[in-house]
Design a protein around this ligand. Structure first.
Ligand code: SAM
Length: 215
């Protein structure tokens, strides 16, 4: 069977294909998110992926049945995302839209799930962005965020040595404790799973069933 057909048939067996970079920790945490929070059957779910880039995760969610909007600030990457959706036969369940850094292009109270991976860490005003995400969710809607975490000092030091030659480590950003706290304060039923090495955090939470946004 051709590889594309195989991943289309059993997408969760091929998380390494959909999670574009990073090691096993990302995949383990994502598996937790499916198993313990999102479920593996996403039919009837409207899902927004923020920072979809090449659209692979968006296609994975669509293969599991969701109707997916993939948003990104990078217009070029969205062309690749659209091709990916055609390749995996989910173009009818995905739309990719260009955003200017906020969520103005998507409607309020629309999504059952908002997902993002390695995006919140680069958002300039995190709390404001989280409030915007909350506004776009239906009451009780879920958020699933995956981020590189800062980890203990010695891990940070190791990262500096390891990556020193490849990129400017002084510009590298990792999700810090106060940012995790911000997520926990904006949403309800916050839970966190961590991966130790390299440090990664999975944050899962919900928009309150009754919130000020609907009054
Ligand atoms: C580090 S990449 C991660 C891409 C993908 N989520 C992944 O994990 O492979 C960050 C992506 O988020 C996009 N991005 C950053 N801030 C954004 C925002 N405010 N709204 C939409 N996209 C954003 C960037 O253009 C980029 O494609």
């Amino acid at each position: 069977m051709a590889f594309d057909q195989e991943i289309t048939r059993q997408p969760l067996q091929h998380l390494n294909y959909f999670m574009e970079w990073g090691g096993k920790g990302w995949q383990r945490l994502m598996n937790h998110a499916f198993q313990d929070f999102m479920g593996k059957d996403l039919h009837d779910q409207q899902l927004l992926e923020i920072g979809t880039r090449y659209g692979k995760m968006a296609c994975l969610f669509a293969l599991l049945g969701a109707k997916v909007v993939g948003l990104d600030m990078n217009k070029k990457s969205l062309e690749i995302a659209k091709e990916e959706a055609i390749k995996l036969n989910v173009a009818d369940r995905t739309s990719f839209i260009h955003g200017g850094g906020d969520l103005a292009s998507v409607s309020a109270n629309t999504f059952d799930i908002v997902f993002s991976k390695s995006v919140l860490v680069v958002v300039p005003d995190l709390v404001r962005f989280l409030e915007e995400i909350k506004e776009k969710l239906k009451p009780g809607g879920k958020v699933v965020f995956l981020e590189n975490a800062k980890g203990p000092w010695w891990v940070h030091l190791l990262r500096i040595f390891r990556h020193h030659a490849k990129w400017d480590h002084t510009k590298a950003r990792y999700f810090a404790a106060h940012e995790i706290k911000a997520v926990s304060e904006v949403f309800d039923e916050f839970t966190i799973r961590s991966w130790a090495f390299p440090p990664i955090v999975l944050m899962m939470a919900r928009k309150p069933h009754y919130s000020d946004d609907q009054t």
